[in-house]
Write a protein that binds this ligand. Sequence first.
Ligand code: PRP
Length: 208
Amino acid sequence: MEGVYVSAHPLIRHKLTVLRDVTTPPIKFRQVVREISMLLCYEATQDLVLKGKHVDTPLAPYNGDELADRMGLVPILRAGLGMVDGVLEMVPEAEVWHIGLYRDEETLRPVEYYNKLPEESHVQICFILDPMLATGGSATATAQIVKDWGAGRIKFLGVIAAPEGIAAMREAHPDIDLHVAAIDDRLNDVGFIVPGLGDAGDRQFGTG
Ligand code: PRP
């Protein structure tokens, strides 16, 4: 599907199975979310824009490159927090702004409770981070918040998506590329991704 990138990388497939395993404890779960985020970031940054940079090596002058794009990371609280460090290891200059949304258990609609975006955007590309794309309510709402704020290009990085979440994002924000480790079978009747990995927030933070 256009604009949807599901990683086929063996490292990601291996690590994703660790996350799915119900016996994986929070300390390991957090570590693997961080590692998968790093790998997804590597794949999602292939088209970043470069500009020339001159340096002197110990032996000779050299015309090299540096990133031209300033990047912002927008983790969706809570579960998106666990993806931040992995992406920052790849792009340490990125700025991080938090958006807090929780999913109403009855309606499954997102409820905003925190927004730390500065008044004006001064980045060229934003990565929205959330391990789970279920109904897509949280991601579509966050994408709209970030667009209204004036971000340039936006990409979504997630670990597991449901077909419903992919469809919702493609319909609401067809300009946003989606980078995920897997697209699972379906949502169950309480909005959980199946087979999935459970609740990514609870599994990272030892709650629930
Ligand atoms: C989960 C998950 C996503 C959202 C996905 O968060 O981390 O943010 O649900 O569902 P959706 O695509 O149907 O919106 P949750 O509301 O459980 O909050 P938490 O991250 O604080 O646990």
